[in-house]
Write a protein that binds this ligand. Structure first.
Ligand SMILES: Nc1ncnc2c1ncn2[C@@H]1O[C@H](COP(=O)(O)OP(=O)(O)OP(=O)(O)O)[C@@H](O)[C@H]1O
Length: 447
């Protein structure tokens, strides 16, 4: 059985001394705390690590607590946010609660009030990684997903590197956490970094650490994520975005099982399980000399492909109800259910942004539903605004998306018979196979 993981809290305040004091207090209650002094730094930190709750000051320069909260709502809709302010007033608190703030606390902070709110937030939201090896946070009834979870269980006792491929928002990080929970290092830390979100020059020191004075701005020794993940799992998200020079260094680390922080002379042994993920087609990136083939083989000992949500429609209603209930609880509202036509509209929709987009839409409709039943009009308008707010695809990406949908539909029409589908598409069979491979389509999952 995995040990209970300490909940991870991100504390944001521009008052450095208060930040330190609060961090010590919260840590003494058994939480793991990271501190940052601005809203922007908080968003940066969240891209690199998973947290279970955010506690933020309301009044801060540049991005205030409410602006940070809005960003968090769209990027991490189920993240509970506790707001602190020295200028608390009842209207402020009411407004904050309406907008989905988990709790509103006035300064000077009453520590019991803070601990109560924190405990409640963690109780409702759960802790990343606190499941037993047979449970995960993954909500699904799709055959393809259940098959993936079976594979995750089998991979558990092994130490092989796993590469997860799947479109944005399909749950790659959640699957990586499930691999960690089932592994023999589940008692160790799970550390995640989005390689695409950190500028190339910083990524090296984020991963491997640096010595004070190693470069301008290195004001103190910094422990890299490899060392933080020692005895656990390091999740390298968007590995396809890693610059080539770092790919060489990463390959060396995987071969030698040692790291050398920037500016250090000696090598430090590391024992870390690597799970990586990408939404990119890495074989294509290798052909275009954007990704190293030798690194690909090291990372891709086992490959797990996450299907997009439109290929597991049976999960849509389940996930929608799950998110609605988590979000209603977080907003201290009664349980809500979907009107039948509202649920139909959700299930018919194609979800280009996958589960993350579904989560955003549910967040929106739950917040706007006064009673207990979510109406179809609300769902439709959320879907429309979601589509019109989305950045338009580039022509190339739109063509790729069309080609992939076309292949899937044709294969479905041919009941998974590739020769038959090739005929329908008026292509020869080997060309058709190449296209299926190019788009990472698993034919068995379509039948
Ligand atoms: N099967 C699932 N059950 C419950 N929640 C899910 C499931 N899949 C994804 N989610 C939720 O959807 C959101 C997106 O998932 P996640 O971050 O794991 O996707 P991702 O593929 O890593 O996305 P990206 O590539 O954009 O980083 C998260 O909030 C996650 O908790």
């Amino acid at each position: 059985m995995a040990e209970i993981t300490k909940p991870r809290i991100l504390l944001v305040d521009d008052d450095a001394s208060l930040l330190k004091l609060l961090a010590i207090r919260i840590e003494s209650k058994g939480y793991q705390v990271s501190t940052v002094e601005s809203g922007l730094a908080a968003l940066q930190q969240l891209k690199m690590q998973t947290f279970d709750a955010v506690i933020t000051d309301l009044r801060m320069d540049e991005m205030d607590g409410m602006a940070l909260h809005r960003q968090l709502q769209s990027r991490y809709p189920s993240m509970p946010v506790i707001m602190m302010t020295a200028h608390g007033s009842i209207p402020d608190a009411v407004e904050a609660t309406k907008q989905g703030i988990f709790a509103f606390i006035t300064k000077p902070v009453d520590k019991d009030e803070l601990f109560d709110s924190l405990a409640k937030a963690i109780e409702i939201h759960g802790v990343h990684g606190d499941e037993t090896p047979t449970q995960t946070n993954i909500v699904t009834r799709s055959g393809a997903m259940l098959h993936l979870l079976e594979q995750v269980k089998l991979l558990g006792p092994t130490h092989v590197n796993v590469l997860i491929s799947g479109a944005s928002g399909t749950g790659k990080e959640l699957l990586a956490q499930a691999i960690h929970q089932h592994s023999h290092v589940s008692d160790g830390p799970f550390v995640a970094i989005n390689c695409g979100a950190v500028p190339g020059e910083l990524l090296e020191s984020e991963l491997f650490g640096h010595k004070k004075g190693a470069f301008t701005g290195a004001v103190k020794d910094h422990q890299g994520l490899f060392q933080q993940a020692q005895g656990g799992t390091l999740f390298l998200d968007e590995i396809g975005d890693m610059p080539l020079n770092l790919q060489v260094k990463l390959l060396r680390v995987l071969q030698e099982k040692t790291i050398r922080p920037v500016g250090f002379q000696e090598e430090i042994p590391i024992d870390v399980r690597i799970v990586s993920a990408t939404h990119k087609n890495l074989p294509e990136a290798i052909n275009n000399q954007l990704f190293r083939e030798d690194l690909y083989y090291r990372l891709n000992v086992v490959n797990l492909k996450l299907p997009p949500l439109c290929e597991r429609r049976e999960d849509i209603s389940l996930l929608a109800q799950h998110f609605a209930s988590v979000i209603a609880k977080r907003m201290n509202q009664d349980e809500k259910r979907f009107a039948n036509d509202a649920m139909h509209a959700l299930v018919r929709y194609d979800w280009p942004g996958n589960i993350r987009q579904l989560q955003n839409v549910i967040e929106q409709v739950v917040a706007l539903t006064p009673g207990n039943v979510i109406a179809v009009q609300l769902v439709e308008s959320a879907l429309n605004s979601n589509v019109s707010n989305a950045e338009p695809l580039s022509l190339n990406d739109a063509k790729k998306e069309f080609e992939r949908d076309y292949l899937i539909n044709t294969l479905k029409m041919a009941a998974g018979n590739v020769a038959e589908a090739a005929k329908l598409a008026k292509r020869n069979r080997s060309d058709f196979y190449k296209l299926i491979k190019k788009h990472n389509i698993i034919v068995e999952n379509l039948i």
